[in-house]
Design a protein around this ligand. Sequence first.
Ligand code: CP
Length: 359
Amino acid sequence: MTDVMDGPGATPEVVVPSVDVAPESQPVGWRHKHLLDVDGLSATDLDLVMRTADAMREVLARPITKVPALRGRNVTILFYEASTRTRVSFEVAAKNLSADVVNIAAATSSVTKGESLVDTVRTVEALGAQMLVMRHGVSGAPYLAAEVFGGSVLNGGDGWHAHPTQALLDLYTMRSRLPDGGSVAGRKVVILGDVLHSRVARSNIWTLTAAGADLWLCGPPTLLRGFEAWAGRGAAAGRRFTVTSDVGAALRDADVVMALRIQRERMAAGLLPSLREYAARYGLTRERLALAREDALVMHPGPMNEGVEIAADVAAGSQSVITDQVTNGVAIRMALLYLLAGVSAGSASGSAAPGSGAS
Ligand code: CP
């Protein structure tokens, strides 16, 4: 990964596209062919995504939530791991833009007969795919796909590595719901839970520190391994980034608390004594949430283990914006499909490599 984006405090100047027309018909300053991670996005890029999502939200408020922008374009959704939110919201987003959508679940494809990722990607391209949305259990798989696919690749989550659209919809949700105009700069944002296995946390670290947030990562020491070093590099680059197992210190006066799922499917033996002990020491309960600001936002990328990392009454409470996150996922994914389609249809080219997450 690269070390920094533009840096906190950059003043973006963006031209917001008119989303009712084809993306290639208007220059908006977006230069990335793929969206593999958020580490290559500048503050100006982030602002353009946020403002384009605002325009998409206006579309979603219309009686008919469809615009012709991607008419005739094939968006293929290829998921090797289970998903509800990401897969469905990409499908809804692409259909709202009038794209032709093809859904492939690896479990019912020729992957089960031994077909390689590269073969599958070449095959879906031969069948007409122009934009490829993919989720894969192996970190870096979308980078490999981007090397062989002629169109745009959008990462819907790869291993522990990255979940760029989730981080962008999280930032969008904060900007929509935080008081005083929604700026994240200077706000204390806490990510609490299984940070070690979380691609959501890794992508959020980039977007939130680029937006100037005072970011805290909190969880048991075994689930924070390696992040102290990252925090040190971030702090040296002017990013506000604290790593702690002290849940009281993390939550005190927080503006946003994002609980993360305990990823039992990725958990090695010995990292946690038991889920019950985790819930007792780190679960986001009403009592713990009381340490944060009284108007603090409660977030969770989903899916949730209620009663483990978050209490059911907190998840459904008045401070929760968890369903907003899901809804905003459609606007953000419409924005990204739209912006990338403009590059795919235009002049941009280039392959991707790890360390250049948006390329
Ligand atoms: N947040 C998220 O990625 O959820 P899904 O696994 O349901 O897509």
